[in-house]
Write a protein that binds this ligand. Structure first.
Ligand code: GYE
Length: 326
């Protein structure tokens, strides 16, 4: 398809002379080559969280706005479904493939197949451990940095205390980049205070239901939990239910830090049930479509595009809530 773009550019004069043959009548954006609609195959992780719902909506809306023909597949958090979807995109000869890899490992074979078929691949949201030459770019957050921000809040919160602080951690999906990196960044920073102790750490699979279930078990096993660090809002929100059902006050008896800053998380933060949220921006659709257009036009793109993000405490959440988009 790249060839088609070049041909379209080279033959611009010809195209003017024979509008009827290749006129791109549907588009009035004047965005360039006047080539056919770009076809993008996108394999999404699933629908596990509020973050994911917002991410999917952003991708669908921005594809429509950019006039890109989107083939969207939901993998229900299963790598084999993603691999099957990517293979089917290759078969359909889409112009560009993008995906948010559920886990980090195990992508070499299918990435090679895409490369052999001459279809460029763009990673969004989550990273893989394959050779970077197998994909064009990776658009998404710096998850280690997010973990560090979570840890830094805790270090500051307990800087004047010399008591032991018992922390439990709800990790994201096992083997997923945000689970690995949010744990890593957090651990690195809390080392600064030896009183900060992670006494239990388990996966809650990034879902509310699992977050609640695991927290119920943790509350039974440990009577003295001071802090919960959850790798996303949804698991934190599930855990809040478990904490309340156990007769404790979330945000007071147990301090809570989460990541994402989706609306429900921000509401719980404003209500005092969460203490601190590290933002992870799901609105990647616009940037993704820009990248897809450039890649298709054979223009250079940066190899790594990091999303800009902030953090929220309870006061900041109250201010941000009315205009929160997701
Ligand atoms: O934080 C979580 C989701 O990969 C950044 O996946 C994403 C994470 C997000 O399920 O809520």
């Amino acid at each position: 398809m790249k060839r088609r773009i070049l041909a379209a550019a080279a033959g611009a004069a010809l195209a003017l002379a024979s509008l009827a043959a290749c006129g791109d009548s549907g588009s009035d954006s004047g965005s360039g080559s006047g080539s056919d609609k770009i076809t993008l195959g996108f394999s999404q992780v699933g629908a596990e969280s509020g973050w994911r719902t917002a991410n999917t909506k952003s991708i669908k809306e921005e594809a429509a706005a950019a006039g890109i023909d989107l083939k969207f597949a939901d993998a229900q958090q299963k790598q084999e479904n993603q691999i099957a979807a990517i293979r089917s995109f290759i078969k359909q000869k889409v112009d560009v493939i993008a995906f948010s890899p559920v886990v980090v490992t195990g992508w070499d074979a299918v990435l090679k197949e895409a490369k052999a078929a001459g279809i460029p691949v763009v990673l969004t949201d989550r990273a893989v451990d394959s050779d970077p030459s197998m994909y064009v770019t990776f658009l998404g957050s710096d998850f280690v940095e997010e973990g560090k921000k979570a840890g830094q809040w805790l270090v500051d919160e307990y800087k004047d205390s010399d008591e032991t602080v018992n922390i439990v951690q709800l990790e994201g999906t096992v083997g997923a980049a945000p689970a690995i990196d949010r744990k890593k960044g957090f651990a690195e920073v809390i080392k600064a205070n030896p009183n900060l102790k992670v006494i239990a750490s388990q996966s809650g699979e990034f879902t509310r239901a699992k977050g609640k279930e695991v927290m119920q078990a943790l509350l039974k096993a440990h009577k003295d939990i001071d802090v919960l660090y959850a790798h996303n809002d949804d698991m934190g929100l599930g855990a809040i239910q478990a904490i309340e059902e156990a007769g404790k006050k979330p945000g007071e008896d147990i301090k809570i830090i989460t990541v994402d800053a989706v609306r429900d998380g921000m509401q719980a933060l404003a209500d005092g049930k969460i203490n601190f949220i590290v933002e992870c921006n799901p609105l990647l659709g616009g940037q993704l479509m820009e990248i897809v257009k450039k890649v298709h036009a054979d223009e250079p793109v940066e190899r790594r595009i990091v999303t800009e993000e902030t953090v929220f405490d309870q006061e900041a959440a109250k201010k941000a809530l009315p205009s929160r988009q997701y």
